[in-house]
Write a protein that binds this ligand. Sequence first.
Ligand code: FAD
Length: 504
Amino acid sequence: MRDGQPGRVTKVVIVGGGTAGWMTAAALSRLVPSGVSVTLVESEKIGTVGVGEATIPSLLDFNRMLGIDEDAFVRATGATFKLGIEFRDWTRPGDSYLHPFGTHGRDVDGVSFHQLWLRQAALGNPDPGPIGDYCLSAVAARRGRFTRPSANPQSVLSSLFYAFHFDAALYARFLRDLSERSGVVRIEGRVVAVDQDAETGFIEAVRLEDDRRVDGELFVDCSGFRSLLLGEALDVPFTSWKHWLPCDRAWAVQSAREGILTPYTRATADTAGWRWRIPLQHRVGNGYVYSSAHIDDDDARQALLAGLEGQALGEPRQLHFEAGRRDRLWDRNCVAIGLSGGFLEPLESTSIHLIQSGIARLMSLFPDLGFSLTEIDEYNRVMLREYDQVRDFIILHYHANKRSGSQFWDQCRTMSIPASLSAKLALWLGKARVFREQGELFTPDGWIAVLLGQGVRPTSIDPLAATLPPGESARFMAHVRDMIDKTATAMPTHEAFIAEHCAS
Ligand code: FAD
């Protein structure tokens, strides 16, 4: 302590070199010039979870913060562009809808566009068509088209939002190169013990198999599901959400590319869970997330293989997990980022975002050696709230199914849901109102896409929407639809865009 002030943190140790570890290392490498050493310990023998290839638009902010050239990143990771997620068979077998990134139409005199759409759908003549027709990302996705958005707010192209599908191993490699160039030190080795202060429990060092000791002041646990520091050493409890999200296993396999390069992820509902399809430039990532209480492992494996479009590249790999999170994500001098802190199935591709969110909040509350409890509590408050909000959105997809006759889907439809989700649903079912809570990741447009996509219709609409002259609203809607249609038609195909700018 100097002048009554706690000293600076100058030694950060990250345990784990998966996506979470290397994203954290790349972000913290910015502290190296100011005298903070950043060391990452990972074990190649243990390896990484090896999945996690679909993202959401917030990743663009992370890459920008690191000064990453987007074309170089797309090339290096075999990435493709993602305009949203197609949900197949979630409402009933045969149905399909898109949760696109971006907005539907635009508000009129303070009335949300979806309210106009609902009124027109009720009036009919002209039939407004699906709400997705009023979202550029949705229309472009369905047509297999992509270009970068315009910075001009007057242009329809400014309403396009996108993210990426990438190869997780190549992304970790890309970030490792960037981190090491910026002064992060990597240590290869297996952590076998954690040294803690006998009185406070603060972590002092991690010990490796070959007796090396890596000491630090701030520890970031990126050790994956095992949660070596936060869970095992500090014994922070895990709250399970299995009663709401019963899927606890997945089979994952890569397959050869077939057909056109779709600019969206696909999530297809199946007997006891759902299958993902993530198109990359050089292959396709596939998986079946399922509830082991409702389907045998072998049957799930067969269902995954039977649903592949191209030839399997190797044998499927099985993964085990449980939905939930630790009760604190920062405890004493340890912050858990990634799977060590919690897990939510990848239905809305949110895990990498939660990693990024944890990193951003750690940077904004970067501690000194006093480790202020007030700041640690603030970190936990905002991060736990974010996990809970994402959880509710994922539960909505399951709960709002109409796939009657299957034990798994019946259970999801009839289960009791969190009070926070019930409150959101009540607002929607009343007058189609959706509000974005403080710090909430998903926008009202995202909720609207899923609610309408799964046929959850409100009983009424915003009374202000009824004050707008119907003829005028119908003309306005037709104009919006037409502009979006023309803009999407003028865009290059996804494949052509990649070939021109960033083929790997
Ligand atoms: P890991 O990748 O498991 O890395 C853990 C690291 O810790 C490894 O380097 C390991 O070697 C190291 N380690 C562990 N123990 C020790 C030890 N004793 N000593 C030294 N090192 C050790 N997220 C998305 O955003 N989009 C998706 O599409 C998506 N799909 C997913 C599908 C499935 C089936 C699953 C399970 C997850 C998915 N995720 C997805 C989540 C995503 O994979 C993870 O959030 C992401 O990969 C980060 O993982 P991690 O770095 O926390 O853990």
